[in-house]
Design a protein around this ligand. Sequence first.
Ligand SMILES: [Zn+2]
Length: 507
Amino acid sequence: MSSSGLFPSKSRPPSSKPRNIVEEEEGLLSGLHQGSKSKPESDVPNAWSRGKIVGTAAFFIALLVSGAFFRTLLHGPLARSSHSLWYDGGDLLSNGTHDFRRTVLIVSIDGLRADYLDRGLTPHLLNISKNGLRAKSMRPIFPTLTFPNHWALMTGLYAESHGIVANNFWDPVTQKEFWYNDINSAWDPSWWFGEPMWETAGKAGLITANLMWPGPPKTTSGATSTYFVPWKDKVPLDNKLDQILDWIDLPLEFRPQLIMAYEPSLDQAGHQKGPKSALVNKTLSEVDAFARNLQTSLASRNLTSIVDIIFVSDHGMTDTSDPELVYMDDILGADGLAQIEHEDGWPSMGLRFRESANATHLVGTLKAAAGANPEKFDVYTHETMPQRYHFWRSERIAPVYIVPKIGYVLTTKADGTTGMSKGSHGYDNEETSMQAMFIAHGPFSTDVKALHQTGNKGWHSTSGGAYIMDRFQNVEVYSLVMKLLGIEDYATPTNGTLGFWDKYLSI
Ligand SMILES: [Zn+2]
């Protein structure tokens, strides 16, 4: 986008890349470690390397030894749930040679559209789902973007509650702008509301490990995960597998019970070449091999009845290789365009007009254009935003939002198609192409099958042995992890449905 375009120069991203290919080419949070282009990588703390990870682990082990000692002094043994009938988070289980505590591993494959699983390219993921369970799809929150959805998965909250209302947005209260790829905002805890599952698990006395999950390393309360590997792009999946297994192989007193891991390559492929591309199919196969290796590695350690694996994605992907362009200058005119002070989000546009602007007139113009072109885009204010978006009750949500329909892209004459990618997301969270995936395996799924034998109708089973749940919303995942770890007593309120998992789990 040119500096005279919709991005006023003062609110352009730290990267000079066009906004919608920043993710595809460089990966999320690339700015954290490659920084602005002038910042040498050697200046960046904690960049991924085997040596540094080991060093970090050693440091944390030292911390843990002292931490565990003081916890014991202050509170006795690790805190645990006292009410769960199904599982007590502190129970010791054996894999035959070592003691373990019940463990949850949640892996996010960014941009894995739900129906990618029907391409015949993911036999191992499907096999895991046949031995476990799968949802027809998982509904992301609106907007269907990476950071809002990864934080929804962590906190169980909609964007209006967890505060990350887009990958980039203006906060009128603090007069600051959030950029997902600028460490100064992305790692500033004050942007991130809600309590992530790793914070709750920490309160319950559990050890946690975070491998690049999009979000901050620390919350406003000062909580951190026990182990933290910050984002770095292009890290081979084998390295991520090694790191996860290194954690699993730690001695009991240092071993995490909740592990979160993140992989961006499929989303990058989808942006770069589009969801139907050979590159997406190739990357899908690579991700499937990673899932197989992970499952095989756990099975070889006799941990399949101890470790629950949950594979999720944050959103889908739609083809934008040949979009119909909607020119904002055709609607607002050059003068109207000049009245925009802040523009949030992509591919939607959250608009804040200058104080001197006749906002009523401009909003009226936008609404009239939407009314004349209902197939192209919608224009919402807080008052008219669809309730199902749960997207208005926050100062951070711009007072006017233009939401394009699938197949349409908002731009200006000056910007044209500059920087547009062949695949995109961020659209209506009811769109089929925006749906995310959910696959789980472990003692969790064994429990589900046992419940099914009793005639529970909560989900479907097919002749292939796959146990397929109806679609559900991703804000339910937080409470699932709480249940699996047996730490519901520590859980914080969410936007999930109270008792949602009761239908699927025998507790
Ligand atoms: Zn994403």
